[in-house]
Ligand binder design. Structure first.
Ligand code: ADP
Ligand code: MG
Length: 472
């Protein structure tokens, strides 16, 4: 747990203890006590203060004084968490945050670099006991990121800055794939290739900027259709190399989760996330922006896939999930009873293929007997069933983890009934977050915002991967 203080006798003793254990020249207790202009973030482990970071903000410039963790508590990412919190709380109020670090302190320098600090100077012989140079590292306000997404059937580009979206352009190929009732990978790759330059240009011009204003390029490189991904990856790689810009590879599903940071500016991990898209259904614990723990996943079809395939059998257009949601009227469980999947093993896993088969069989049987199926009622019954399953598993995961924040992500979270029923959980004491409908499906804004929190950097060897676990 991290707490914020502005000097005071409450914490002088605790901070002095850490100082004394970490530095040859610790801060005096009185100085700490009287530093009412200094902010101290203190990390507590089982009630004991084991680490802290302090910062002074003067005229929009943030100066980090110290970051220290008791020797026995190192290697537990405590400094990392303190730095993350500090940036989250204070960077929005500063033009930049800066600090000095011993030239030989490789571990600290790595931490600052991971958080996007750049070396901006050297102070010769700054430290004593032993004498050593200080390197000056500075973190500027969020960079402008040009993000590119081409994992499936939307060619998308966006310009983002932190959690802000400056532009968001999506060129969909749905009309063409509709002819075939699903995405044809080869066609998708070709269309991406044709569209990508124009889409990127549009995103830059909508954001009132040119490539010169961009600080980094982000791209979805996993998972997705391999040929489709490669179009975006190669375009981003070429641009980044030519311009000497950092290249940030982004996991598509982490992008879907990050869509929530756009819509809900106050949302911070940890939270429970139900990720429901065309290709994935995953329940995960988001411990931190880059730390995900999978609690359960579908063993067969994803929720979106189940909707799409049932919708196709109902004679609806691709992508069926959207159409099915539009025509669903009133559910009648007696008219069309649908099975509830039962699973052995991990009770947080999902299975939707039985439900899909039941719906398709019901339609085929009726056709063989020459009977009419009331499609709007069947659609509503299926939608209700899927929603029941999603809610039940999510509540079980919330109980298991003790998390009260529930976040939906992915294309299927655009479903009207799913949104309504999850919002109702707020009456049971949960905080429920949904992405705005325009950020539910594939888009590049979510990739840009996910990139803002990514530490990994790509280079000329960056590749695309058809499959990749969320935490990879
Ligand atoms: P993926 O990233 O796996 O391709 P997306 O996140 O793009 O998937 O989401 C696409 C899926 O979302 C499709 O299966 C589509 O049918 C589904 N979908 C979109 N809108 C709705 C809706 N209103 N109700 C149900 N499903 C929907
Ligand atoms: Mg998607």
């Amino acid at each position: 747990m991290i707490k914020e203080y502005f000097g005071g006798s409450d914490i002088a003793e605790q901070i002095y203890k850490i100082e004394n254990a970490c530095f040859t020249r610790p801060w005096e207790k009185d100085v700490i006590k009287n530093s009412d202009k200094t902010c101290f973030l203190v990390y507590y482990q089982d009630g004991e203060a084991v680490g802290y970071v302090s910062i002074n903000i003067v005229l929009g410039e943030g100066f980090i004084n110290n970051i220290a963790v008791l020797p026995d508590f190192r290697r537990r990412k405590i400094a990392r968490k303190l730095m993350g919190k500090l940036i989250e709380l204070y960077l929005p109020r500063c033009e930049y945050i800066t600090l000095e670090v011993r030239k030989s302190n490789a571990a600290a320098i790595k931490l600052y670099k991971d958080y996007n600090f750049k070396q901006t100077g050297v102070r010769k012989n700054f430290y004593r006991d032993p004498q050593e140079d200080a390197l000056i590292y500075t973190l500027y306000k969020a960079q402008k990121i040009l993000a590119i997404e081409s994992s499936c059937d939307e060619t998308a580009a966006a310009v983002t800055q932190g959690r802000e979206v400056l532009s968001n352009v999506v060129a969909t190929q749905i009309d063409e794939h509709r002819l075939y009732g699903g995405v044809v990978p080869e066609i998708a790759s070709r269309r991406h290739l044709e569209a990508i330059s124009g889409v990127v240009e549009q995103a830059l011009s909508d954001a009132n900027c040119t490539v010169d204003d961009i600080d980094a390029v982000a791209v979805t490189n996993r998972p997705g259709l391999i040929g489709a991904l490669l179009v975006g990856v190669n375009f981003a790689k070429g641009l980044a190399l030519q311009r000497g810009l950092p290249l940030i590879p982004v996991h598509h599903l982490r992008g879907h989760i990050a869509a929530n940071y756009i819509t809900n500016q106050d949302l911070t991990p940890p939270f429970l996330c139900l990720m429901i898209s065309g290709g994935n259904t995953v329940l995960c614990k988001v411990n931190d922006y880059d730390d995900f723990e999978i609690l359960g996943a579908t063993r067969d079809d994803a929720a979106g896939e189940c909707f799409d395939k049932c919708a196709r059998a109902m004679g609806l257009n691709y992508p069926g999930g959207v159409e099915l949601d539009k025509i669903a009227t009133v559910s009648d469980n007696k008219k069309y009873p649908l099975p509830t999947p039962s699973l052995s093993g991990n009770h947080l896993d999902f299975s939707f293929s039985g439900l899909k088969t039941a719906v398709i069989n019901l339609i085929h049987n009726a056709q063989q007997k020459g009977e009419e199926v009331d499609i709007p009622v069947l659609a509503a019954t299926l939608r209700e069933k899927v929603t029941d399953i999603l809610i039940e598993k999510t509540i079980a995961a919330a109980t298991q983890t003790g998390l009260k924040k529930i976040v939906l992500a992915g294309g299927v979270s655009a479903n009207s009934e799913i949104r309504r029923r999850f919002k109702e959980l707020e009456n049971q004491g949960f905080a429920v977050y949904l992405p705005k409908p325009e950020y539910c499906g594939d888009n590049a804004a979510m990739i840009g915002v996910a990139a803002f929190y990514e530490k990994a950097r790509g280079d000329a060897s960056l590749n695309a991967y058809a499959t990749a676990p969320l935490n990879d």
